[in-house]
Design a protein around this ligand. Structure first.
Ligand code: NOJ
Ligand code: CA
Length: 546
């Protein structure tokens, strides 16, 4: 099927998040690039993913790893040329892999020519492209996001002797979305990349587009109207393309980003993610079932995107103070692991490198309702380096082999954009793709097989969910259903063996087929269905009437 024919493709996607600079360096300058990533597409294909999300690759002073964009219409020269990007896009499409790129709408770098003009004088035609003020006292109800780096959302500009508004670093001035020229320009930017053939955008920091006095300047109606207008343009000119919202908000505030199916196609489920880690530590399903019960229904064309880790700190913004303390105590006793309101660690170290817990968490990621996103390196259990500043500890080079620079680059190690992980447990001689490919029972091969099972049915991407509430609350069980198909998922969140009795009366007469081995389990009868489960074990069963 040509790539754009199925407009709901994102529902069946398995997304791999990768930063071009971290993946493969093709020219030996120590920085990953487009040709390097292109070389590795077959690796991704073998892993079973069918979409990649690329972090920002635009010209940038890289003071926020590219989320500070200085030019939206080309690529950063360290990563290659625009032609190299086009080639990568074509090669991905040839393999049936869709390409999601990043689009930062809310702010630019202070090095962007628009800001340079805007600050140059109060009557510059671009003055009104950013949010200026003579005082730093407006919009007092607005929280500060980068708490460890910033003390105000206003910064003083000595050149034009006034303050400008910024929700993130002070070198990232917010664009003024009340200005129609800004709105038009940003659509033109999106159009440029859509015409080139990109399949989707992850739209960064969307809750913050518009500011209004007396509000918290998040999720405003005016912001939603702007986003709806972008969607309208997208549907009119580029049907089949997709918008993914980065809105770190509570479920009730997230829901409006889907509109009536006329705003975003997808949005990250930020509140669920920390609660999966919480449920695991508490050995109790409640944090997970509770947040999913509080999650409103979304329009049929929409989809959640689920993740365990990404390039940022494991955010604890969408939890209560008590829950945050618990998470810090359990997962980041060492205070250097904490950043802003979160934990700057990768999946494997968070889970003490316990293979059973890593599998269980990935099993939930792949079976709860939504489209899973795998953060690069987590498929081999890469570690992190908390000695690197900010969020850089989870952005180290991909570990391909035990050879020179882990196979990432031919450069002198001191020229790499960041050092490879070297410690005895997670270092590249121990944790790498080559080694895991060769070992039948590696995490990599396990990930490949679970992705294959996930992709064997549309029920995980498109089906409904119904929770079962067995008396044993250490068990998280649910049935995913789509048409005549039903899959029962049973997760043991505890580190000890458990027995559970499931009420499957509604499926009386069905047999259970365990999906990874295709083995039959006893038929469902009148009695509660008894299962015994090892520590952190989980099952996916197809329910079949025979
Ligand atoms: C969210 C991104 O995920 C993060 O990495 C970035 O620093 C901020 N938005 C600002 O763009
Ligand atoms: Ca390079």
């Amino acid at each position: 099927m040509p790539l754009h024919q199925d407009v709901l493709w994102y529902k069946d996607a398995i997304v791999y998040q990768v930063h071009v600079r971290t993946f493969q360096d093709s020219n030996g300058d120590g920085i990953g690039d487009f040709p390097g990533l292109e070389e590795k597409l077959d690796y991704l294909l073998e892993l079973g993913i069918n979409a990649i999300w690329l972090m920002p690759f635009f010209p940038s002073p890289l003071r926020d790893d590219g989320y500070d964009i200085a030019d939206y219409s080309t690529v950063h020269s360290s990563y290659g040329t625009l032609e190299d990007f086009r080639k990568l896009l074509g090669s991905a499409h040839d393999r049936g892999i869709r390409v999601i790129i990043e689009m930062v709408l809310n702010h630019t770098s202070d090095q962007h020519p628009w800001f340079q003009e805007s600050r140059s004088s109060k009557d510059n035609p671009r003055r009104d492209w950013y949010v200026w003020s003579d005082t730093n006292t407006r919009y007092q109800g607005t929280r500060i996001i980068f708490l460890d780096a910033e003390t105000s959302n206003w910064a003083w500009d000595p050149i034009s002797t006034s303050y400008y508004w910024h929700r993130f670093f002070s070198h990232q001035p917010d664009l003024n979305y009340d200005n129609p020229a800004v709105r038009e320009q940003m659509w033109n930017v999106m159009k440029f990349w859509l015409e080139m053939g990109v399949d989707a955008f992850r739209l960064d920091a969307v809750p913050y587009l518009v500011e209004r006095e007396g509000t918290n300047c998040e999720n405003l109606l005016e912001t939603h109207e702007i986003l709806k207008e972008l969607r309208r343009q997208l549907d009119e000119h580029f049907p089949g393309r997709m918008l993914l919202a980065e809105a770190n908000q509570w479920p009730a505030d997230l829901r409006p980003y889907f509109g009536d199916g006329d705003e975003f196609h997808m949005a990250f489920h930020f509140p669920l993610m920390p609660r999966m880690f919480m449920g695991l530590k508490l050995e109790d399903r409640k944090p997970i079932t509770e947040i999913l019960q509080q999650t409103p229904e979304i329009p049929p064309s929409c989809q959640w995107s689920l993740f365990l880790r990404n390039h940022d700190e494991l955010t604890l913004e969408m939890v209560t103070d008590e829950e945050r303390d618990y998470m810090y105590d359990m997962y980041a006793q060492d205070k250097t692991m904490r950043l802003n309101l979160g934990i700057r660690r990768r999946l494997a170290p968070l889970l003490n490198n316990d293979r059973r817990r890593i599998e269980l968490m990935n099993g939930m990621l792949m079976s709860l309702p939504g489209t899973p996103i795998i953060y690069y390196g987590d498929e081999i259990g890469m570690g992190d380096n908390i000695n690197l500043g900010d969020r850089n500890g989870v952005r180290t080079p991909m570990q391909w082999s035990g050879e020179w620079n882990g196979g990432f680059s031919a450069a002198d190690p001191e020229h790499l954009y960041a050092p490879l992980i070297q410690d005895p447990v997670y270092g590249y001689p121990a944790v790498n793709v080559l080694r895991q490919k060769a070992s039948e029972h590696s995490l990599l091969n396990w990930m490949r097989s679970i992705i294959t099972v996930r992709r064997s049915t549309a029920v995980f991407g498109r089906g409904s969910i119904e929770f079962l509430y067995p008396a044993n609350h250490r068990i998280l069980a649910y049935v995913r259903r789509l048409g005549n198909e039903a899959v029962l998922v049973v997760n043991n969140l505890s580190g000890t063996a458990q027995a559970v009795e499931l009420d499957l009366r509604r499926y009386k007469g069905n047999i259970l087929i365990e999906m990874s081995g295709q083995n039959m389990f006893p038929r469902v009868g009148d009695q509660p269905y008894l299962l015994t489960m090892g520590p952190y074990q989980f099952y996916w069963f197809r329910l079949r009437r025979v």
